[in-house]
Ligand binder design. Structure first.
Ligand SMILES: [Zn+2]
Length: 193
């Protein structure tokens, strides 16, 4: 599905950051992992121990945008706050003849850079496709965030893996319920005998 001019790299940064917090594991436990994450996403600027809680707080608030359940007012309010707090500087970028609104920071701060780039990318995406396109995985064992770009807004899982596992789990529990019901029937028919 082709939808407009949001920054793919910025949306990916937002998703990747939110998804570093898995249900049972934090993939950004220390400075080394955080530096590697920032490097991977081309975020420059010095980063120290004091930045870790700031980045985790940003991660929580970006997650809240995905968990807003299609509540556009709530999602928009969080993103607007993030853009202000991280002192985002908007800029219009021409890429292959298309104009795109992006953001950066005017100062040398890695967490502000992540906040600005990610919040602006999500803001542009939301304005174009609506808050209902953002969600988190419906699997019992996964909380990953996703952007639903399917035609009929049918996405419920972060990926095929979670959809398959949940399908198998539902099938098994239906089968168990069916077997239990059959067992009940057998017991009841014996009582009648
Ligand atoms: Zn998942």
């Amino acid at each position: 599905m082709d939808i407009g001019n949001y920054s793919e790299a910025g949306v990916e940064l937002a998703l990747d950051l939110v998804n570093t917090q898995a249900m049972t594991r934090d993939r950004l436990p220390d400075l080394t992992a955080t530096r590697a994450f920032l490097d991977e996403h081309g975020i420059a600027g010095p980063v120290g121990e004091a930045d870790l809680p700031r980045l985790r707080r940003l991660r929580e608030r970006l997650r809240a945008v995905f968990e807003a359940g299609g509540d556009a007012d709530r999602a928009a309010a969080i993103l607007t706050e993030l853009l202000v707090e991280h002192r985002a500087v908007p800029r219009l970028v021409a890429a292959e003849g298309v104009l795109r609104l992006e953001a950066g920071t005017a100062h040398d701060d890695a967490v502000d850079a992540v906040g600005s780039v990610a919040a602006m990318a999500l803001a542009v995406l939301l304005a174009e496709v609506g808050a209902a396109r953002l969600g988190t995985c419906h699997s019992q064992t996964c909380q990953d965030a996703y952007v639903d770009l399917t035609k009929n807004r049918s996405k419920r899982f972060c990926g095929d893996g979670c959809a398959r596992i949940t399908g198998v789990r539902n099938f098994r529990s239906r089968r168990r319920a069916h077997e239990a019901a059959q067992h009940e029937d057998v017991l009841r028919s014996r009582e009648i005998d």
